[in-house]
Design a protein around this ligand. Structure first.
Ligand code: C2E
Ligand code: CA
Ligand code: CA
Length: 786
């Protein structure tokens, strides 16, 4: 969004007058440049100084440029300051030139440092200040490290120039140290300027406006002319009033014209990467400086060359130390940015799933023990709204719904959007308190919504689950409320409370006993718990793996029930958890997964299998032993197994979990963080945990599917997460990928591996081979990278 220019507040007549004054100054400046250029030809035959040109025309051009710069109006205060610094630099130049032509040139010791040098050298810091202020104004903050990079390169380049070009003629007759340093300051200053321009240009390349481009050209032309002048002077070839002088005038005019052109817009919050070249340049110059020092030691180049070379090496050392800090800083910044992006639902401004779960967790953990209720709310027939009206009507509905829900809540209640048309509320109190909130929400929906000028009645299905704090985890409570919500929806009840007592007690007990028996292998009337596997394929060609290639499978538990058919984990995991059967389940799944895995390994396909591990499993004292035993029983090396832990499991008892992970990892077992991003506190732990893989929470992938443009906030989250993971050496798996668009964006965002229905649904292990054949045949679904 463009900011409205402040100057539009000025009266139009004032603006017109300023415009006319500016045009007049430009005309005078350009006329002086032209006059001076015309005079060059004439002066060939009439050598010698012509004061009204050499001082007069010069001063007019420099001072006109200074006026234009000092009077430049810019909405951005940093940039306005930048133009003024450059204006002062122009005045310093004019002073330097005048003093040179009027005094230095006629003095008996023209080579000694004079007031002209003071003026001339002053323009360097003024110019740098100007450039840095302009860069800041473009929201690009040059870091200390980048400034030092420029310094290393500038000093190194100066050492080279002194050693090769200017060399011995710098201080004829062995001038004073001051004189040597002054003479040295010019090439250093100019090279530094060129480097700052190059680095600055590459940093703000994306926003390079016409204004910045013209400024860069002007400054660059002048710096090059300065260097040419130094060389000419060293060999006594400089002629006052020659073509070189015209180059300065043209460069100066360009600088003066720059602020009047179109400005680049600040890139608010924009990310920039420092180009690789910018990293390489200082390293190269530091090396060359070492070389110059060596040559000087050997007496092959003059000692003056070693001065900037020594300085370059010194600065390079400081820079290296700083680099480490800067990297740490950048990472911390990225973490903060990720957390900010990742906690708010962009549409409604409410806490998103991730932040909401953290609220829930806090409510469940905060002493004193008290009842906590969770409500999960889902819009009835939301799809109809989206389909029959429009997406924006759907969005509008969600926003207003969020507002209406918020309006009926008490000060301690928290509402969040879990994703799609699902909201959730956490409130303190038992299920009757939860029911009261549900009633208030239903009442708030009595008034119809106005969508595209139509009154539309909307209702919600609400599931309520309650627990005493500290007795349930956030995940368990969410699952219970979810089940209740589905029941409410199925039976058109409006609200449903999850109450274990609601299900016929005998049935529940019976089902639990059936599961226990099934897990113990007493098949028959109890059915069997089996695993299915879901393929994971690579998104990129790297490390000998081609894009589209199968790189692993995840084992998922299924209960083949005699009456109910194939049950998914959602139907039996909560029960298994309450009945303490998760340990048994892990053994059964591990067995099935490794058995299948063994089958592939003996045929030469060394495919790792991933197994889900619950928090209680990871904390059981014999966990590591059971894992290693199972691997040995199946004759598989530890690297055949990936253990997927959720963030919940990781933070249940961080120290204990980390210890067991470290010991298993030492043997070669790999670890993956499942549903990454759905929990809250994992980011801080990530660095210290021995994990190889992050599995992005499916909600991020779903958000991406809803808006698969690279600029969406979902894309920003995925990209930042991937960057972060890669900087820690982890691979990133995206699961729940259901279509091609999502897959393509995920590849653009640097994800490494995908898993999802778009690639394959979970399948019995024995079907993997025939799936692979079909997959290889239609590999085009994942176009190979060029
Ligand atoms: P999860 O670990 O996140 O597993 C991925 C789930 O996403 C699986 O659901 C899988 O079928 C589903 N899925 C895969 N691709 C897609 C897709 O493209 N779209 C959609 N909508 N879903 C997709 P499933 O098998 O129902 O498992 C649900 C959860 O149950 C798992 O989530 C995992 O947390 C848990 N679970 C599964 N097996 C086990 C197990 O053996 N032990 C334990 N402790 N938990 C398990
Ligand atoms: Ca998993
Ligand atoms: Ca997952």
């Amino acid at each position: 969004m463009a900011t409205r220019p402040r100057r539009s507040a000025e009266p139009a007549s004032a603006r017109r007058r300023a415009g006319m004054a500016r045009a007049a100054v430009i005309t005078i400046m350009l006329a002086s440049v032209a006059t001076s250029a015309a005079a060059v030809v004439w002066r060939r035959k009439h050598p010698g100084q012509i004061l009204w040109i050499d001082v007069g025309m010069y001063a007019v051009v420099y001072l006109s440029a200074a006026v234009l710069l000092l009077a430049a109006s810019d909405d951005q205060p940093q940039r306005a300051r930048g133009w003024r610094w450059l204006g002062l630099a122009m005045i310093a130049s004019a002073g330097g030139n005048a003093w040179f032509s009027l005094v230095t040139r006629h003095s008996s010791t023209p080579d000694a440092p004079s007031l002209a040098d003071v003026f001339d050298l002053a323009r360097y810091p003024l110019t740098y200040l100007g450039i840095f202020a302009l860069l800041r104004g473009s929201a690009v903050r040059p870091q200390a490290g980048q400034a030092l990079d420029g310094l290393v390169a500038g000093l190194g380049a100066a050492a080279l120039v002194v050693a090769t070009v200017i060399g011995g003629s710098l201080a004829p007759g062995g001038g004073s140290v001051l004189q040597v340093l002054v003479n040295l300051a010019y090439p250093v200053g100019d090279l530094l300027l060129l480097l700052v321009l190059a680095a600055g240009g590459s940093v703000i390349g994306s926003t390079l406006s016409r204004s910045a481009a013209l400024l860069a050209v002007g400054l660059g032309v002048n710096a090059v002319a300065d260097l040419v002048y130094l060389v000419q002077q060293a060999s006594d070839a400089y002629v006052e009033g020659g073509w070189l002088d015209q180059v300065w005038l043209v460069g100066t005019a360009a600088i003066g014209l720059a602020p009047g052109l179109a400005q680049g817009r600040p890139v608010a919050g924009g990310r920039h990467r420092t180009p690789r070249l910018a990293f390489a340049a200082p390293a190269v110059f530091a090396l060359l400086s070492v070389l110059v020092i060596g040559l000087q030691q050997a007496g092959l180049v003059c000692w003056q060359a070693a001065v900037p070379a020594d300085a370059a090496v010194l600065v390079a050392v400081v820079r290296a130390a700083l680099g480490v800090r800067e990297l740490q800083h950048a990472k911390a910044h990225e973490l903060a940015e990720l957390e900010r992006l990742a906690n708010t639902d962009e549409l409604t401004g409410l806490p998103n799933r991730r932040a909401f779960r953290e609220h829930l967790r806090e409510a469940l953990q905060a002493p004193p023990a008290r009842p906590v209720s969770l409500l999960v709310l889902d819009v009835d027939r939301f799809k109809d709204v989206n389909d029959s009206l429009s997406h924006s009507a759907g969005d509008h509905l969600l926003v207003e719904l969020g507002e209406r829900i918020s309006a009926v809540l008490g000060p301690d209640d928290v509402v969040g959007r879990l994703g799609g048309d699902e909201f959730a509320i956490v409130t303190f109190g038992d299920s009757s308190a939860g029911l009261r909130v549900a009633q208030a929400v239903h009442a708030a929906l009595a008034e119809p919504f106005t969508l595209e000028d139509l009154p539309v009645h909307v209702d919600l299905s609400i599931g309520v689950a309650s627990a005493m704090s500290a007795t349930e985890t956030a995940a368990a409570l969410l699952r219970m409320a979810d089940l209740a919500m589905y029941r409410a929806k199925r039976r058109h009840l409006g609200t449903c409370v999850h109450d274990l007592g609601h299900e016929p007690a005998r049935d529940r007990l019976h089902l639990t006993e059936q599961l226990r028996a099934a897990l113990r292998g007493q098949a028959g009337a109890n059915g069997r718990v089996v695993v299915q596997v879901q393929p994971q394929v690579s998104l990129r060609t790297q490390g000998g793996v081609a894009a589209g290639e199968l790189v692993g499978v995840e084992a998922l538990a299924r209960w083949q029930h005699p009456d109910e058919g194939l049950l998914l984990p959602g139907a039996f995991l909560p029960m298994a958890e309450t009945a303490g059967l998760l340990g048994l389940l892990l053994d059964v799944v591990l067995d099935g997964a490794l058995d299948a895995c063994r089958g592939w390994w003996v045929t030469g396909r060394q495919l790792p299998v991933a197994v889900n591990v619950g928090a209680s499993d990871a904390l059981s004292p014999d966990f590591a032993v059971r894992i290693i035993d199972a691997l040995q029983r199946h004759g598989l090396p530890p690297r055949a197994l990936v253990l997927e832990l959720t963030e919940d499991a990781l933070i249940a008892d961080p120290a204990a979990v980390r210890a067991v992970m470290t010991s298993l990892q030492a043997r070669g077992v790999q670890f993956s963080i499942d549903d990454f991003g759905s929990g809250y506190s994992s980011l801080a732990y990530l660095r210290e945990l021995p994990v190889q893989e992050l599995k992005l929470d499916r909600t991020f992938v779903a958000d991406l599917a809803a808006d698969p443009s690279p600029g969406s906030s979902a894309a920003a989250i995925v990209r930042t997460t991937a960057d972060l993971a890669h900087s820690l050496g982890l691979r990133v798996v995206a699961e729940g990928v259901e279509d091609d668009d999502t897959l393509r964006v995920l590849r653009m965002l640097d994800c490494d591996v995908v898993q999802g229905f778009h690639v394959a649904e979970p399948m019995p292990p024995e079907r993997l081979r025939s799936w692979l054949d079909r997959w290889a045949a239609r590999d085009r679904a994942l176009p190979r990278q060029r």
